[in-house]
Every structure is written in structure tokens, then in C-alpha cells.
Design a protein around this ligand. Structure first.
Ligand SMILES: [Zn+2]
Ligand SMILES: [Zn+2]
Length: 185
């Protein structure tokens, strides 16, 4: 009888624990440089500072048509698929280095966010190709990722944290850090 009771207690404890794990979700603003980047929220919705869709911390892609990946995933993706399209959506000055020293990715394509609707035709034929969108802090890239994924592109990935995070990471955590990035002179 004692063993049965202990077993029963264990089952109840485990069940309660499991229920807690499934109900308590934490949501975060994508790392976009807004005031709420480090705040957590207990329900889905939009960030009060930047109005971007909040992400489920444990499943960054929940409810989205595109994927959120981190810089180290970009290293993995590029080595697994050298044909991956790296799409830079920053301004011309950030791209050519005249207004930014973050650098840019080798072989990247540049379409500023302001031109994405009028120039999306330049991506024709790439509807099923892997496209990794990046900017400086991942506010613009998240918006472009959302736009492309809602307009016929089926494998769009947003690089979380942008080139700001890229530049902050050490070579130990980001193996391709210097191989993939071109810095302005
Ligand atoms: Zn943010
Ligand atoms: Zn925000």
C-alpha cells in the first residue's frame, strides 16, 4: 500500500510538473534594439515598444511563416548549402560602409527594405530556395522575412540580432565569423 501511495504521489507530481511546463510560455521581443528587447511577456501578441510580433522563447518560429535563426546557424546553413541567398536589407550607406562599420556578407544581395516590394521580382525563381535575411539588429530583416514569406517565398530565415550581434560574438561561438564577413576599408 505504501508503495502504491508513493507511486501515486510521484505520478501526480510529474503530471503537475508537465502541466506547468506546457502552460507557462514566455514571449520575447525579437532582438531589434527596442526598449523591450530584454523584457519577457507571458502571452503572445506584439511588443508595446516596436509593435513587432512577440516570439515564443522556446519555439522562436511559433505562428510565423518564416524561421528565426542565430548567427551560428548561418555558419551551418552556408556550409551545408553554398547556394543559400544572403539578403541584406539595410540602406545603401550601411551596405557600402559609408555610414556603418558593421561590414556585410560576402556574395550577399542588397535590396534595402524600402525597395523590397518594388524589387521582389529580382528574387523570381528563388521561391523555394533558402533565403537568409539580415540587417543591423534584426528589426528590418524580421519585417522583410515576414513580407517575403507571405508573398510566395517558402524558405525564408531571419538572422536574429543582425550584424551587431554577429560582430559581438567571438570566433569560438561563431566559427565562420571572419570568413563570411567583409569589412569596409
Ligand atoms: Zn526588440
Ligand atoms: Zn520591441
Amino acid at each position: 500500500m505504501k508503495a502504491v501511495l508513493i507511486t501515486l504521489c510521484l505520478v501526480i507530481t510529474i503530471a503537475a510538473g508537465a502541466q506547468q511546463v506546457t502552460t507557462a510560455k514566455t514571449y520575447i521581443c525579437p532582438p531589434c534594439g527596442c526598449n523591450d528587447d530584454h523584457r519577457t511577456f507571458d502571452a503572445p501578441g506584439t511588443c508595446p515598444s516596436c509593435n513587432m510580433t512577440l516570439l515564443n522563447k522556446d519555439n522562436l518560429d511559433e505562428g510565423l511563416d518564416y524561421y528565426n535563426i542565430y548567427p551560428d546557424d548561418v555558419c551551418d546553413r552556408v556550409s551545408a548549402n553554398p547556394q543559400v541567398l544572403l539578403l541584406d536589407v539595410r540602406s545603401l550607406g550601411e551596405w557600402d560602409g559609408s555610414t556603418s562599420d558593421l561590414g556585410r556578407f560576402k556574395n550577399a544581395k542588397h535590396i534595402p527594405i524600402a525597395d523590397i516590394e518594388s524589387r521582389a521580382n529580382e528574387l523570381a525563381g528563388k521561391e523555394n530556395d533558402e533565403i537568409i535575411v539580415y540587417c543591423s539588429i534584426s528589426a528590418r530583416s524580421a519585417r522583410v522575412s515576414k513580407y517575403l514569406s507571405e508573398n510566395g517565398f517558402n524558405n525564408v530565415k531571419n538572422m536574429m540580432g543582425g550584424l551587431t550581434l554577429w560582430n559581438r560574438l567571438t570566433i569560438d561561438s561563431l566559427q565562420c565569423k571572419n570568413e563570411l564577413l567583409i569589412k569596409p576599408n
